[in-house]
Each structure stands twice: as C-alpha cells, then as structure tokens.
Design a protein around this ligand. Sequence first.
Ligand SMILES: [Zn+2]
Length: 363
Amino acid sequence: MGVKVYIPTPFRAITHNQATAEVEGRTVVHVIEALEARYPGIRERVLDEAGEIHRHINVYVNDTAVEDLNGKNTSLQDGDEVALIPAIAGGAIPFTEEQIKRYSRHIILPEVGGKGQRKLINSSALLVGAGGLGCPAALYLAAAGVGRLGVVDFDHVDLSNLQRQILHHTHDVGRPKVLSAVDTIGDINPNVKVEPYQTQLSSENVKEIIAGYDVIVNGCDNFPTRYLLNDAAYFLKKPLVDGSIFRFEGQVTTFLPGKGCYRCLYPAPPPPGLVPGCAEAGVLGVLCGIIGSLQALEAIKFILGKGDLLVNRLLFFDALALEFRQVKIRRDPECPVCGDHPTITELIDYHEFCGVPHEQPVS
Ligand SMILES: [Zn+2]
C-alpha cells in the first residue's frame, strides 16, 4: 500500500482520466516523481524548473497544505492522501452542499468523517456479476458514495432474477444487466460514475478490467470465474472480497495479496455437476442481500482503512438456523499461486481446470 494521490480534473488528460493514483513515495517530491514515471508530463504541471512547487498549485497531505508542513519535502506514510489542487480551484476539495447533506450520517461518524467520506468519493470498486450478490453490494457502495463502480456481467435481466437481484426492475426484463445497473445506481446516487462491462471475464480481459479498481467484489456464480479472478487479483495485488451463496447458506471472506487466496482455501473445484447452481438448487432471495451487504461492508472498511477485515477468516451464515460461524483460514505455503514456490505464475485455462466446457456461459 502506498500513497493515494488525488488528480485534479485539469491534469486528468495526462492520467487517462484517472481521478486517483496509488504510488510509492516517502516525500511529496518522491510521489511526484513516481507519478511522472507513470504519467509523463505531470511533473512539470506541479514543479517548476527549479524543482519547487508552482505557486499556482496547492498540495495537500491529508487535507493539510504542505506549506504548513514541510513543503515539498513533507514526509509521507502508507495510506496518506495527497491532493494536487490548482489554485484556481480555490484550495481544499470542498464538498458540495448536496454532498454534505447526502453523506451527513457518514460525516458525523468519527470513524468516517469528512476525510473518510473523501476517501470513499475518490475510490473505486469493481463488482463482478450484477446478480444476487453484486446487486445489493452495488447499491450500498453507490449509496455510500464510492466514486467509481465497475460492473461486469454479460447477461440479460430475466424475470426469475427479480426475486433477489435488486438492481433490476420489472421493466428491465430483457435488458442487459449492466445497463439496468447503470440506471439504478444513477437513481440512487448520480455522483457515482458507473463503468459497465457487458462481457464475460476471461484470461484475455480480466487483468485489464480489474487493474483500474481499488477493490474487487466477487459475486460470480461459477468456478472458472472464481479461480480466474482469484489468480488475477493475486497477480495484480488487488484486494478481493469473496462471497458465495447456496440455498440458505452463505460464505464471505476477504483476500489481501500475500495473506492467502481462494486456492489456499479450496485448492481444486468440485467435479462438474456435483454442486448445482442457483438455477437448479434455488436460493433464498434475502440471503443474497445479507451476504452482498457484508461484501459491501468489507469493501467500505478496506477503503476507509477502519476495522478488522475478514482476512484469514471465513464467515459462514446459515439463514435457517440464523447462525454466523467463523473459521480461521491461512495462507498455504504450498499454494500453487500464492505459496512459497508458486507453480502457476500466469493465467491458465480455467474452463479446463474446472472441467467445464467452454460453451457454458460464465458471468
Ligand atoms: Zn493461495
């Protein structure tokens, strides 16, 4: 984890429209050099020929102007936020009146506050699947003000989805799920930028898609995608909040790179056909809301840097017994992906690994 830099709108032509960038750096100058390495041209926007911060640029560290700290040599720690603000924007990134009112119940929480809310606004999350889990997770992340939400789903809304997939409405039946998601999220919170991906995740596109997000929320419904996403998240060092549901039971855990992965937990998928999907086995609709909301909670805690994540813990929920149980899980040194001597160092053919024919659609 490094330092998060807020990129002002005038500089985003250089950063390919990225509003934030995560870079390593011990001081403000180091961070600017790291940005320059990634986005050539940004240095001269911030520093003059003598290496001093332009007088028309204000630089903030965690909402404090660096001129009140140690200037360009202000030291930084992991998790710090640096904001580059052209003076014309008037200094600190102000909340709009609408934002202050909308997020007031967050802002008055000491654990969130204005700083935490700003983190949420400047953050991004990718929802894999706009189904039973992705729908409630997306709604809460959008309502919380997470600034950018990616939604991956190749499927169309079916009437049988509406019992649990609460982003979609009756009038959406037949529409692509990602478009229904764009509309509903926009209705909840128009401040959120939604990026739809109407596609199947594959070894060809997964890295490109997940690279641009701070946290991945996995609500997929099949094993090839689950292993694909696990491996890609590990290779790209992305936190992965994993959720799954079956009839009346749910599971949630959070994988942070280097602290275990899905393969440590389940080295191999069950033989094809042994575990039926929701279409054959059924699923209680409200269970999706509970598990998907827990995933949103984990993503929000990760973004805020607050609380204890479900890392190295697997949470089981039994809806009929109304019981939550936890088991400890740990990184397996023998894990083929994240172990001490990995044998899988790039993406593989996940259909073959799971024994699932390629023709079977995966979302
Ligand atoms: Zn592992």
